[in-house]
Design a protein around this ligand. Structure first.
Ligand SMILES: *Cc1c(COP(=O)(O)O)cnc(C)c1O
Length: 429
């Protein structure tokens, strides 16, 4: 596949070309189960590798600080129009370089340093930018954190769901100016309505960070937070299947503050090649085929969760409503840490990431959990049968992790499976 008319020139840089070839082989011959990853379409990649990377365009369409932006203005306007139409929003900013930038831009637009924000704690499923001590967000703002309800061994009510009583109690006690909904390691549907109710009760603003589920929302598989939230942030590269980047949607009243917070507040020149690629992804996400895709992502995740449970893993919150499954490894093998599981699975060609589970006794570097997702391999065309097979390959690898020939045997089966589902064979011109 060529991504631009200049692809051949890269062969003159053998070192980089060789690394890109190696990564191509890695992505297409091993299983990509990291829940935040996907395979962007060739059209998205062509725009990402396009001539727009040459252009400086500080500012916004019609209000640039450099000349020569007539066409770039049209590109960015097209991206904004497609995005507001996709989610039914008043205003869009498509310039954030990443999800983290988008979140920080919102905090700095709506709040004063030192103001209080109520968000989900990292080890309960929240993101670093939701106030982790390791994130710059916690330097500027006072975070109060909510979590999930305790685990319950009753399969009818497994617990580990967002604890709205806790959210409300903390809201009334700390009167945050902003409440953040959304998570990075949470397998259940997040309903925006109860967050809105609590925000209204204390006169707080509501931001919905839909970094992970933006694609599921666009495809109609998850509720759209736009009618409920003052601001919605997301990444364009996870379930939305676009280029790496971030975006912000907001109500008209916040448009000016959000735009000036992104530029000149935080960023300089926008990456207009990425903006063009975002426009391509927004069009793709509006097509009927994308709704079929997100439907399949969710169906596959359910099948994956069932098969993993049957192998002895415990699914945090008892299962999944979205594209990810958070596994508690302790029921499978009490000695197995997330760190070791991730490393062993890597040797078998199965790419995952370790993750803390709620109230994890182990550190974020070691962990007792593993996070897996179906977004990428569903793009490659895999279905429930393949995910059931992957669950059994994962269990076999981890059960026989000290037996190199067994791990190598799994690697062979993984290569065979990936050979039948090359992601770049499914996209048509
Ligand atoms: C991935 C993620 C982000 C950050 O996105 P980056 O592009 O990695 O900066 C922010 N919030 C949530 C909930 C995420 O899952």
């Amino acid at each position: 596949m060529t991504s631009s008319p200049f692809d051949d020139y890269l062969t003159r840089d053998e070192e980089v070309a060789d690394l890109l070839r190696q990564e191509w082989v890695r992505q297409t011959t091993t299983l990509q189960l990291i829940a935040s990853e996907n395979f962007a379409s060739p059209a998205v990649m062509a725009a990402t590798g396009s001539i727009l990377t040459n252009k400086y365009s500080e500012g916004y369409p019609g209000r640039r600080y450099y000349g020569g932006n007539q066409i770039v203005d049209e590109v960015e306007d097209l991206a904004r129009r497609r995005l507001t139409a996709l989610f039914g929003a008043d205003h869009a900013n498509v310039q954030p370089h990443s999800g983290a930038n988008a979140n920080l831009a919102v905090y700095l637009a709506l709040l004063q340093p030192g103001d209080t924000i109520l968000a989900m704690r990292l080890d309960q499923g929240g993101h670093l930018t939701h106030g982790s001590p390791a994130s710059i967000t916690s330097t500027f703002f006072n975070f109060v954190s909510y979590g999930v309800t305790p685990r319950d061994d009753n399969p009818e009510s497994p617990g580990e769901l967002i604890d709205f009583d806790h959210v409300r109690r903390l809201a009334l006690e700390h009167r945050p100016k902003l409440i953040v909904a959304g998570a990075t390691a949470y397998a259940r549907r997040i309903d925006p309505a109860p967050f809105r109710e609590i925000a209204d009760e204390i006169g707080a603003l509501l931001m919905f960070d839909s970094a992970h589920v933006a694609g599921l929302i666009a495809g109609g598989s998850h509720p759209n937070p736009v009618p409920y939230a003052d601001v919605v942030t997301f990444t364009t590269h996870k379930t939305l299947r676009g280029p790496r980047g971030g975006a912000i949607l907001c109500r008209e009243e916040h448009a000016k503050a959000i735009d000036s917070s992104v530029f000149p507040g935080q960023q300089g020149g926008p990456l207009e090649h990425a903006v063009a690629a975002k426009a391509v992804a927004f069009r793709e996400a509006a097509l009927p085929a994308f709704a079929d895709y997100t439907d399949a992502v969710v169906t596959n995740a359910r099948a994956f969760a069932n098969a993993l449970s049957a192998e002895g893993f415990r699914c945090v919150s008892g299962g999944t409503d979205n594209h990810m499954v958070i596994l508690d490894l302790r029921t499978f093998d009490d000695d197995l840490t997330g760190k070791v599981a991730q490393e062993v699975l890597d040797r078998a060609g199965i790419t995952t990431n370790r993750n803390q589970i709620p109230d994890d006794p182990r550190s974020p570097f070691i962990t007792s959990g593993l996070r897996v997702g179906t977004a990428a391999q569903t793009t490659a065309g895999m279905g429930p049968d393949e995910f059931a097979q992957i669950a059994s390959l994962m269990a076999r690898t981890l059960r026989h992790r000290d037996d190199e020939s067994s791990v190598a045997g799994v690697h062979g089966e993984v290569a065979e499976l990936c050979g039948r589902f090359n992601p770049y064979a499914t996209f048509t011109k």
